[in-house]
Design a protein around this ligand. Structure first.
Ligand code: FAD
Length: 242
C-alpha cells in the first residue's frame, strides 16, 4: 500500500521545527529516519496530514562526551552511533545494543532518538535508556525540559512527550570504569525485532557485584527493570548461581 497524501515540511533549524509543530499540533508528525513512521503510514495505521522532516538538522547531529556522560542528538543515525569511538568507550551498553537494531540498511537511516520516541517495547534503545538511567531532553516553543527514562515510557508506542515537543537529545550518564555491559536477545532471525531481550549493566568491584541494572525488552508495553533480581545479584561473585 502507498502512503496517504501529506504535506511535507523541511525546517532549516530546530527553532523553525518547534514553531511549525506548535502551529500544526497533533496534525503533524516528526520524521527522523522514517524507518518506523513510513511503514506505519504505508499500512495506514497512522495518517498524519503534515510531516516535519528534522533529518537534515545538523545542529542535532552531535555526539558529545562530558563529565555528565554522553549526549546524542536527534539526527544521529544508529550506524553513526554504532561506529563512534566515543560511544564504544563511554556508553558501552549503547554500543552493545546497536548491532541488534534491525539490519544495517535500517541502522543507516534510522536514528537513536527516533527509536526512543517511537517507544516500541521490543526495541533495544528504550531498554538501554532504562538500564542506564538516561535523561531525555525535549524542546517546544515553551522551552526545554528534561525527563528521566524511568518516567518517559508510558505504554505501547507511547511516551510522555507532548504533541508540541521534539526530543532533541538523550544523555547517558558517565559510565563507571568498574561496570560491564551486555545485551542478549532471542529473535527468529538476526535483524528481526527480538521476541525477548535483556540489557544489563553490572558493576563489579574487587570481584564482587556492587550494583546491577537489568532491563527487559519485549515483555510488556514498556521496557521493564527487574529490581528484585538486580538486588539479588549484589554481593555475589560473577558466575555464582543466584
Ligand atoms: P521515524 O520512523 O522517523 O519516527 C518514528 C516515530 O518517532 C514517529 O512517530 C516520529 O514522529 C517520532 N520521532 C522520531 N524522532 C523524533 C524526535 N526527535 N522527537 C519526537 N518524535 C520523534 N528497531 C529496533 O529497535 N530493533 C529492531 O530489531 C528493529 N528492527 C527493524 C526491522 C525493520 C524491518 C524495520 C523497518 C525497522 C526496525 N526497527 C527496529 C526500527 C528502527 O530502529 C527505526 O529506525 C526506529 O524505530 C525509529 O527511528 P527513525 O529515526 O527511523 O524514526
Amino acid at each position: 500500500m502507498k502512503n496517504p497524501p501529506f504535506e511535507y515540511h523541511c525546517p532549516g533549524s530546530l527553532n523553525e521545527a518547534v514553531t511549525l509543530l506548535a502551529e500544526l499540533g497533533d496534525d503533524a508528525k516528526i520524521l527522523a529516519g522514517g524507518q518506523s513512521l513510513l511503514p506505519v503510514m504505508a499500512l495506514r495505521l497512522g495518517t498524519p496530514p503534515h510531516i516535519i522532516d528534522i533529518g537534515g538538522l545538523t545542529e542535532l547531529a552531535d555526539i558529545t562526551v562530558g563529565s555528565d556522560g554522553v549526549t546524542i542528538g536527534a539526527t544521529v543515525r544508529h550506524r553513526a552511533a554504532e561506529t563512534s569511538d566515543d560511544i564504544a568507550r563511554h556508553a558501552p551498553l549503547v554500543a552493545a545494543a546497536l548491532p541488534h537494531v534491525g539490519h544495517r540498511a535500517i541502522r543507516t537511516r534510522g536514528t537513536v532518538l527516533g527509536s526512543i520516541a517511537h517507544a516500541d517495547p521490543a526495541a533495544e534503545m528504550p531498554a538501554v535508556c532504562l538500564a542506564t538511567g538516561a535523561t531525555m531532553v525535549a524542546r517546544s516553543v515553551d522551552g526545554e525540559r528534561e525527563i528521566a527514562a524511568a518516567d518517559f515510557f508510558e505504554g505501547y508506542l507511547t511516551t510522555v512527550l507532548h504533541d508540541n515537543e521534539i526530543l532533541t537529545h538523550v544523555r547517558f550518564p558517565a559510565w563507571p570504569a568498574t561496570a560491564g555491559a551486555a545485551v542478549v536477545e532471542i529473535s527468529r532471525r538476526h535483524g528481526d525485532y527480538a521476541l525477548v531481550g535483556l540489557a544489563c549493566k553490572v558493576d563489579v568491584t574487587e570481584g564482587e557485584i556492587t550494583s546491577a541494572a537489568l532491563s527487559f525488552l519485549g515483555v510488556s508495553g514498556t521496557p521493564v527493570r527487574v529490581t528484585r533480581a538486580e538486588q539479588s545479584l549484589v554481593g555475589k561473585t560473577p558466575g555464582d548461581t543466584v
